[in-house]
Design a protein around this ligand. Structure first.
Ligand SMILES: N[C@@H](CCC(=O)N[C@@H](CS)C(=O)NCC(=O)O)C(=O)O
Length: 202
């Protein structure tokens, strides 16, 4: 059985959880106590030398970095989270990279400030909001052309945005999502999936 070493509140762990539930692969979550510093201990560093979660151990095959993990899981367990055609896959990769390059780091600032109680200064929050709004504009245009980021089917590209958006919906940035019709519909469509509800324990 797949062992997932992670933390249920971690955005990166949640991407893997959502993927596992989508592909219905049996797994066990091995809780890594981030608050207690378990990720900095030798046992965890042997699994992830940078001291982060998640990592997986699939019958001796170990892997870290959430993007690599979700691709592996989909491929290894016959998932349908990657478009079958070359251009579909390329589009999916583009949207995954947009998330990592322009969205995730910015989203983290209001999430830390409003959700996890780590205050960020005003210029940091303003710069982050501008980046989030810009990315949401780009997503809004894209989602006018199809229900999901890579086209007609829900894919790994959609999964990588869900954890940040889920937390952002508990911040004032919620308005930036709701005011964009295509993004708001996509968020409703994606976040209602059983896989996401299970990934968040709802
Ligand atoms: N690039 C890594 C990032 C993983 C990451 O930053 N995880 C956070 C939790 S959401 C973590 O382990 N933080 C612990 C720390 O920074 O000390 C991935 O995609 O897996």
């Amino acid at each position: 059985m797949i062992k997932l070493f992670g933390h249920p509140a971690s955005t990166y762990t949640r991407k893997v959880l959502c993927t596992l539930h989508e592909i219905e692969a049996p797994f066990e979550l091995r809780f890594v106590d981030l608050n207690g510093g378990e990720h900095t201990q030798a046992a965890h560093l042997a699994r992830q030398p940078f001291g982060r979660v998640p990592t997986i151990d699939d019958q001796g095959f170990t892997l870290y970095e959430s993007r690599a993990i979700i691709r592996y899981l989909n491929d290894q367990y016959g998932g349908r989270l990657v478009p079958p055609d070359v251009r579909g896959r390329a589009a999916m990769d583009q949207w995954i990279d947009v998330g990592y390059s322009y969205f995730s780091a910015a989203a983290l600032k209001p999430i830390l400030h409003h959700v996890f109680g780590f205050p960020q200064d005003e210029p940091t929050l303003e710069a982050a909001s501008a980046m989030i709004e810009q990315t949401l504009d780009v997503l809004e245009a894209r989602l006018g052309a199809g229900p999901f980021l890579a086209g007609e089917q829900f894919s790994l590209a959609d999964i990588v945005y869900l954890p940040d958006l889920d937390y952002l919906m508990a911040t004032p940035l919620q308005a930036a999502v709701s005011s964009r019709g295509n993004v708001a519909s996509w968020w409703a469509r994606s976040s209602e999936r059983p896989s996401w509800r299970k990934a968040t324990g709802r």
